[in-house]
Design a protein around this ligand. Structure first.
Ligand code: HEM
Length: 414
């Protein structure tokens, strides 16, 4: 396991914060605090993912995301995560890994599916699924929040969003996981397996899409896409890419924010008591603060398209630039007492967990709706959740998430 000790000041500009062990041990905070304070734009010459720049202050992340011409998202340069997408077998043409103008066209096709009106149409189903699941939880027994609540609830939500056949919903999580495996490299066996799952997913979604197109528009993502003019004009690779993006985009992220919420309420029981006492006022803030502190996607990556100066450093054309949202979300100049979960924090919505600029998350409202609904339904049941063992985390600098959270739970019986 790599050393987790504090680097000496001379080593700060070579610090490799991408090491999975740092994330698994939840040991990244002090290192990022030092980078923000002493070396906010730092170059790591060697890592498992090659050389890369780390951007760790809030304002610098916003500046980089605000200049999409200089800092490209395109798959042609390697894409949007610290490992390059170029070498993987089947290429999913997701618009998150495209630059404008193509990105803007594809984004426009999906946008009508996530307007406030579209969200309002889904809200009832989301609340019902959430309530049903909470009512099945065992009281006084140890259970794993990740596998008993976060994963099934996220799967149910995604099935609801797409109005995907309920008895086939178990297929969604494995499809999403296979789509997300873009770091498997050139291994032909794994790539063939991945391709098989992706084609199976594409075929099933194509069937459903064609069915929805032939029917009047309904309040689900697939039907709304089928009735959006620009969506139907996509070629097959881009169609699959758009479906995969919605599936992957809404899967691990939302799941880990539901788990992150439990970690927060166990760390800040007094704030949770306040939320339960006044959910109408505080549930939304509790959800936003959870998403800020949890930061389900720890980073996005860009590639410099020209030589550019940032904080006196010269970033060269072709360099990888990693935007650490987890760090920007703890920048004390923007969020005083940044590590505190404060449902009343006034500027919590300025967090960077959904990114910034032309690629800002299209599912942000939906993610907030899901998490706020979960918090409201827990408050309605006066639920208290306590940790009953060690939290196990993923060893990933991209998906900042949880393997297991053992808990016990109590609730009222009114
Ligand atoms: C807490 C939950 C979520 C988090 C933290 C999250 C995070 C992100 C981030 C960081 C980006 C990239 C932003 C950038 O590059 O500036 C993004 C983009 C995106 N997200 Fe989310 N997301 C979440 C939930 C969802 C959901 C529920 C959906 C849809 C069902 C979704 C769909 C998308 C799409 C389509 C994009 C691409 C936007 C573009 O490239 O224009 N996300 N998300």
């Amino acid at each position: 396991m790599a050393s987790l000790t504090m680097p000496d000041p001379a080593e700060l500009d070579r610090l490799d914060v991408s090491r999975g062990s740092l994330w698994e041990a939840n040991a990244w905070r002090p290192l990022f605090a030092r980078l923000r304070a002493e070396e906010p734009v730092s170059f790591c010459p060697q890592s498992a993912f090659g050389p890369y720049w780390s951007i760790t202050r809030y304002d610098d992340i916003v500046a980089v995301e605000g200049d999409a011409q200089t800092y490209s998202s395109s798959w042609e340069h390697g894409g949007i995560v610290i490992f390059d997408m170029k070498d993987t077998g089947v290429q999913l043409r997701m618009f998150i890994a495209m630059d404008d103008p193509e990105h803007a066209e594809k984004r426009k096709a999906i946008a009508p599916a996530v307007t406030p009106t579209a969200m309002a149409a889904l809200a009832g189903a989301i609340r019902q699924r959430t309530a049903d699941l909470l009512d099945t939880l065992p009281e006084g027994e140890v259970f794993d929040w990740v596998h008993t609540v976060s994963i099934p609830l996220t799967t149910a939500m995604i099935a609801t969003l797409f109005d995907f056949p309920w008895d086939e919903r178990h297929k969604l999580a494995p499809w999403s996981d296979w789509c997300a495996k873009i770091d498997i490299g050139p291994d032909p066996v794994l790539n063939a397996e991945r391709e098989g799952h992706i084609f199976e997913m594409a075929a099933r979604f194509r069937e459903l899409y064609d069915e929805r197109k032939a029917q009047p528009v309904r309040p689900d993502l697939l039907s709304m896409m089928a009735h959006a003019d620009s969506f139907g004009e996509m070629d097959e690779q881009r169609f699959i890419g758009a479906i995969a993006l919605l599936l992957v985009g809404g899967n691990d992220t939302t799941r880990n924010s539901m788990s992150g919420m439990i970690e927060r309420i166990t760390l800040f029981p007094e704030a949770w008591a306040q939320v339960k006492a006044d959910p109408a006022r505080l549930a939304g803030g509790a959800a936003t603060e959870t998403i800020r502190l949890q930061t389900p996607i720890a980073h996005m990556r860009r590639t410099a398209t020209r030589d550019v100066e940032l904080h006196g450093k010269t970033i060269r054309k072709g360099d990888k630039v990693v935007l650490w949202y987890n760090s920007g979300n703890r920048d004390e100049t923007v969020f005083p007492d940044a590590d505190r979960w404060d449902p009343e924090r006034e500027n919590s919505r300025r967090h960077l967990s959904f990114g910034y600029g032309i690629h800002r998350c299209l599912g942000a409202r939906l993610a907030e709706l899901q998490l706020t609904t979960l918090i409201e339904e827990m408050a309605k049941r006066d639920m208290d959740v306590k940790l009953a063992g060690e939290i196990e985390r993923l060893a990933s600098c991209f998906t900042n998430g949880y393997e297991h959270i053992p808990v016990t739970m109590s609730r009222s019986h009114d």
